[in-house]
Design a binder for this molecule. Structure first.
Ligand SMILES: [Zn+2]
Length: 142
Protein backbone atom coordinates (compact mmCIF):
# COMPACT_ATOMS: atom_id res chain seq x y z
CA UNK A 1 0.00 0.00 0.00
CA UNK A 2 1.24 3.48 -0.75
CA UNK A 3 0.48 6.26 1.63
CA UNK A 4 0.63 9.74 0.08
CA UNK A 5 3.88 11.42 1.13
CA UNK A 6 2.29 14.01 3.39
CA UNK A 7 0.47 11.25 5.22
CA UNK A 8 3.51 9.25 6.23
CA UNK A 9 3.85 8.56 9.90
CA UNK A 10 6.19 6.61 12.16
CA UNK A 11 3.79 4.86 14.54
CA UNK A 12 0.05 4.94 14.45
CA UNK A 13 -3.00 4.20 12.34
CA UNK A 14 -4.11 5.31 8.89
CA UNK A 15 -7.82 5.13 8.11
CA UNK A 16 -8.04 5.20 4.34
CA UNK A 17 -10.63 5.10 1.56
CA UNK A 18 -13.31 6.75 3.64
CA UNK A 19 -16.07 8.00 1.33
CA UNK A 20 -15.75 11.75 0.73
CA UNK A 21 -17.53 13.66 3.46
CA UNK A 22 -17.27 10.99 6.15
CA UNK A 23 -14.00 12.08 7.83
CA UNK A 24 -15.85 14.28 10.33
CA UNK A 25 -18.18 11.41 11.23
CA UNK A 26 -15.17 9.10 11.68
CA UNK A 27 -13.53 11.58 14.07
CA UNK A 28 -16.75 11.76 16.04
CA UNK A 29 -17.05 7.96 16.20
CA UNK A 30 -13.49 7.62 17.45
CA UNK A 31 -13.72 10.65 19.75
CA UNK A 32 -10.61 12.13 18.17
CA UNK A 33 -8.31 13.80 18.89
CA UNK A 34 -7.62 12.07 22.19
CA UNK A 35 -3.89 11.29 22.39
CA UNK A 36 -1.40 12.06 19.65
CA UNK A 37 -1.74 14.40 16.66
CA UNK A 38 -4.41 13.72 14.05
CA UNK A 39 -4.13 14.67 10.37
CA UNK A 40 -7.20 14.75 8.18
CA UNK A 41 -7.33 14.75 4.38
CA UNK A 42 -10.63 15.46 2.68
CA UNK A 43 -11.45 15.05 -0.99
CA UNK A 44 -8.02 13.51 -1.63
CA UNK A 45 -7.45 12.03 -5.13
CA UNK A 46 -7.39 8.25 -5.00
CA UNK A 47 -6.07 5.69 -7.45
CA UNK A 48 -8.74 3.12 -6.64
CA UNK A 49 -11.78 5.37 -6.45
CA UNK A 50 -12.46 8.94 -7.52
CA UNK A 51 -11.88 10.80 -4.29
CA UNK A 52 -11.61 9.85 -0.66
CA UNK A 53 -11.12 11.08 2.86
CA UNK A 54 -8.17 9.87 4.91
CA UNK A 55 -7.27 10.19 8.59
CA UNK A 56 -3.88 9.65 10.14
CA UNK A 57 -3.64 9.17 13.88
CA UNK A 58 -0.24 9.15 15.49
CA UNK A 59 0.63 6.85 18.35
CA UNK A 60 -2.72 5.11 18.58
CA UNK A 61 -4.07 1.69 17.68
CA UNK A 62 -7.83 1.29 17.34
CA UNK A 63 -9.86 -1.31 19.18
CA UNK A 64 -12.05 -3.91 17.48
CA UNK A 65 -15.22 -2.16 18.56
CA UNK A 66 -13.98 1.07 16.96
CA UNK A 67 -13.17 -0.72 13.72
CA UNK A 68 -16.71 -2.13 13.66
CA UNK A 69 -18.10 1.38 13.88
CA UNK A 70 -15.76 2.72 11.21
CA UNK A 71 -16.79 -0.06 8.85
CA UNK A 72 -20.28 1.43 8.73
CA UNK A 73 -19.01 4.54 6.95
CA UNK A 74 -18.32 2.91 3.60
CA UNK A 75 -17.59 -0.33 1.82
CA UNK A 76 -13.91 0.20 0.97
CA UNK A 77 -12.57 1.58 4.25
CA UNK A 78 -9.12 0.25 5.15
CA UNK A 79 -7.12 0.61 8.35
CA UNK A 80 -3.35 0.35 8.25
CA UNK A 81 -1.21 -0.11 11.33
CA UNK A 82 2.13 1.63 10.97
CA UNK A 83 5.17 0.80 13.06
CA UNK A 84 8.63 2.29 12.59
CA UNK A 85 7.45 3.90 9.34
CA UNK A 86 6.23 0.68 7.77
CA UNK A 87 2.73 -0.70 7.26
CA UNK A 88 2.73 -3.88 9.37
CA UNK A 89 -0.95 -4.67 9.05
CA UNK A 90 -3.70 -3.59 6.70
CA UNK A 91 -7.27 -4.42 7.46
CA UNK A 92 -10.06 -4.06 4.94
CA UNK A 93 -13.08 -3.34 7.07
CA UNK A 94 -16.18 -5.42 6.54
CA UNK A 95 -19.63 -4.93 7.90
CA UNK A 96 -20.89 -8.08 9.56
CA UNK A 97 -24.30 -9.56 8.72
CA UNK A 98 -25.41 -8.93 12.29
CA UNK A 99 -24.51 -6.00 14.52
CA UNK A 100 -24.84 -6.44 18.25
CA UNK A 101 -24.93 -3.48 20.60
CA UNK A 102 -23.58 -1.00 18.05
CA UNK A 103 -26.66 0.74 16.64
CA UNK A 104 -29.56 2.25 18.54
CA UNK A 105 -33.10 1.57 17.36
CA UNK A 106 -35.06 4.69 16.35
CA UNK A 107 -38.38 3.18 17.38
CA UNK A 108 -39.16 4.63 20.84
CA UNK A 109 -41.42 1.70 21.73
CA UNK A 110 -38.82 -0.93 20.75
CA UNK A 111 -37.90 -3.26 23.61
CA UNK A 112 -34.24 -2.26 23.22
CA UNK A 113 -35.15 1.30 24.22
CA UNK A 114 -37.19 0.26 27.23
CA UNK A 115 -35.50 -2.80 28.71
CA UNK A 116 -31.83 -3.59 29.31
CA UNK A 117 -31.64 -5.55 26.05
CA UNK A 118 -28.70 -5.32 23.65
CA UNK A 119 -29.71 -4.22 20.14
CA UNK A 120 -29.30 -6.71 17.30
CA UNK A 121 -29.52 -5.46 13.73
CA UNK A 122 -29.42 -7.47 10.54
CA UNK A 123 -27.75 -5.97 7.46
CA UNK A 124 -29.91 -5.77 4.34
CA UNK A 125 -27.77 -5.99 1.20
CA UNK A 126 -24.64 -4.00 0.51
CA UNK A 127 -23.63 -0.32 0.61
CA UNK A 128 -25.38 2.08 1.24
CA UNK A 129 -26.07 0.06 4.35
CA UNK A 130 -29.52 -0.55 5.76
CA UNK A 131 -30.14 -2.49 8.94
CA UNK A 132 -33.28 -4.09 10.34
CA UNK A 133 -33.91 -4.31 14.08
CA UNK A 134 -34.47 -7.98 14.91
CA UNK A 135 -36.91 -7.04 17.68
CA UNK A 136 -39.29 -4.55 16.04
CA UNK A 137 -38.33 -4.75 12.33
CA UNK A 138 -37.60 -1.00 12.13
CA UNK A 139 -35.16 -0.36 9.26
CA UNK A 140 -32.32 2.11 9.71
CA UNK A 141 -30.54 3.75 6.79
CA UNK A 142 -27.04 4.95 7.59
ZN1 LIG B 1 -36.22 -1.92 17.34
Amino acid sequence: MTIPRDFRLVDGTVIDHLPVGTAARALELLRLPREGPVTIGMNVPSSRHDKKDIIRVEGMVLEKRELDRLALLGEHVTVSIVQAGKVVDKIRLEVPKRLRGILTCTNPTCVTNNEPVQTVFERLGRYPFRFRCTYCERVLTL
